[in-house]
Design a protein around this ligand. Sequence first.
Ligand code: ASP
Ligand code: MG
Length: 409
Amino acid sequence: MALIVQKYGGTSVGTIERIAAVAERVQRTRRAGHEVIVVVSAMAGETDRLLGLARQINEQPNGRELDVLLSTGEQVSIALMAMMLESRACPARSYTGSQVHILTDSAHTKARILDIDGRRIRRDLEGGFVVVVAGFQGVDEHGNITTLGRGGSDTTAVALAAALSAGECQIYTDVDGVYSTDPRIVPQARKLDTVTYEEMLEMASLGAKVLQIRSVEFAQKYNVRLRVLSSFDEGEGTLITSEDEDMEEVVISGVTLNRNEAKLTILGVPDRPGIASGILGPVADADIEVDMIVQNVGADGTTDFTFTVNRTDYKAALDLLQRVCAGMGARAVEGDDRIAKISLVGVGMRSHAGIAAKMFRALADEGINIRMISTSEIKVSVVVDEKYGELAVRTLHSAFALDQAPAKS
Ligand code: ASP
Ligand code: MG
């Protein structure tokens, strides 16, 4: 017997029929001998509806009041879920975040969980109840209701699993797992049986649609076995775990495409100490996040400096650089917001040489020009012109045979 936390997203509880289907699955898990904590999101569309109401009053609603409002979505779901279970002769009790003391900081609309008091939940589980907890919400030390940011119910589920030492945290959603790449770009994309926390974090652009990224960080920190599965089909989903579990012998797990960046280049800046901080300092001060950074070897006393930012920050960053660089004696500032970043991700890269070379060869064979390169221990990223982005993903997916199941180790 194990304790299982099951989280159901908005579409999984979007109608009374679907809530009944969730109850059925919960009861099946109980019949298999497990204790169950159910975490639910607001019914599909509800959080957006509530946000819309608030914005009719004020475009920037007061954070405290917005959290009071948004938390009601999940409160509806827990009550309906508990009623549904009870109506099927399955004892159940629902709780809001504050009732089970999901203590957070006071950062309204993006609060972080600090602590959970599991005693009340534990007592109910021992009493034979299914415990239904509202996702996405908590309470700060002053008793104010807080919410955890969009998609925050995933993090509630993982935090409960950690606090109560659950055997597994299962995230039921409308996709059946994490894929080697976006199946809309590569129809042969393969569902991964397992992926490590680290890979999942690197594959945020794939995974973020499936899981709130903060929930993965939380799972990694507390070593919670996390599984993503479909609430509509049967199947094992994708297990997200640490590297030491019995894993497939994979070198590359996935290839991701990011179209949300833009690149900026400062040409011919004097090559002397303080240049990098002179350029990036003001960028950071303007709250603009920087991703890749490349500085060239200097020639004739000057150097070129390139970095990428979020595309939404492109105009602001370009304006800022033009001002900064005028004072620095740089030759010119150039920018391009029609770029795509493609990354190969895999923990197996640590022990395999030649991945980057093979990647560059495959892209060259397709005539795709690489504009920037960066690498980390488990990732190689390249920037290419946006129009080649999808072609690059397809090329790499097939060059590394990501559609094929790897051998079991
Ligand atoms: N209901 C919230 C949202 O729509 C939280 C969640 O679903 O996880 O973002
Ligand atoms: Mg979600």
